[in-house]
Design a protein around this ligand. Structure first.
Ligand code: GAR
Length: 213
């Protein structure tokens, strides 16, 4: 399965996907990386891996719709059949989300539907929650909403700061995102009545929680 990855920065989740795709038996291949920010580490990671990478700058376009149309055109041209958001920090237009419906996933650093948007780890700490984690979900027009495909749970420790919690969650993100992409590329995932159904996958504990790498 040919995949495009959209990023805005560091690209550590992109790197996790690149690493996973290197295995001969991994059923997906990254054919394009698009960043809405110039000079970010994620673009360097793509170039190092020999993957086509482009930067599209929002201020060169007169609207969100025209920016997303240009991005869509680049993705279609690359031959990608599926799109992964990996730290892509810009809202997508309804049109883009509709075009890629059920072929577009995101990773978010909380156990959705808790703690959407920005300052996620501050939100988790302020809430007093004992657990946080990360979620891979299909994208819908509303931010951080859509059918949940996979989650990993991480304890919140008494002396956690937003940074220490973020680091512990990021480690799980790097395992969860490749696993989610693999299940999709193997054709084992479908969305029915806005729930995700996964066939022939029996993870420990009966749920897709804290996947082994
Ligand atoms: C990751 O923690 C990702 O879950 C988060 O941004 C970080 C990007 O890191 N995404 C969101 O908050 C999206 N709502 P990375 O660039 O190193 O992958």
């Amino acid at each position: 399965m040919k995949v495009a990855v959209l990023i805005s920065g560091r690209g550590s989740n992109l790197q996790a996907l690149i690493n996973a795709c290197k295995a001969d038996d991994f059923p997906a291949e990254i054919v394009l990386v698009v960043s809405n920010k110039a000079d970010v580490q994620g673009l360097e990671r793509a170039e190092e891996a020999g993957i086509s990478a482009i930067n599209l700058t929002p201020k060169d376009y007169d609207s969100r719709a025209s920016f997303d149309a240009a991005m869509n055109e680049a993705i279609q041209k690359s031959g990608a059949e599926f799109v992964c958001l990996a730290g892509y920090m810009r809202l997508l237009s309804d049109d883009f989300v509709r075009t890629w419906r059920d072929k577009l996933i995101n990773i978010h650093p909380s156990l959705l539907p808790a703690f959407k948007g920005l300052h996620v780890h501050e939100q988790a700490l302020d809430s007093g929650a004992r657990f946080s984690g990360c979620t891979v979900h299909f994208v819908r027009p509303a931010m951080d909403e859509g059918p949940i495909l996979a989650q990993a749970v991480v304890p919140v420790l008494p002396d956690d700061t937003p940074d220490t919690l973020a680091d512990r969650i990021l480690e799980q993100e790097h395992k969860l995102y490749p696993l989610a992409l693999k299940l999709i590329a193997q054709g084992r995932v479908r969305v029915s009545a806005e729930r995700v159904i996964i066939t022939d996958h029996n993870p420990p504990q009966g749920g897709l929680v804290n996947p082994v790498s």
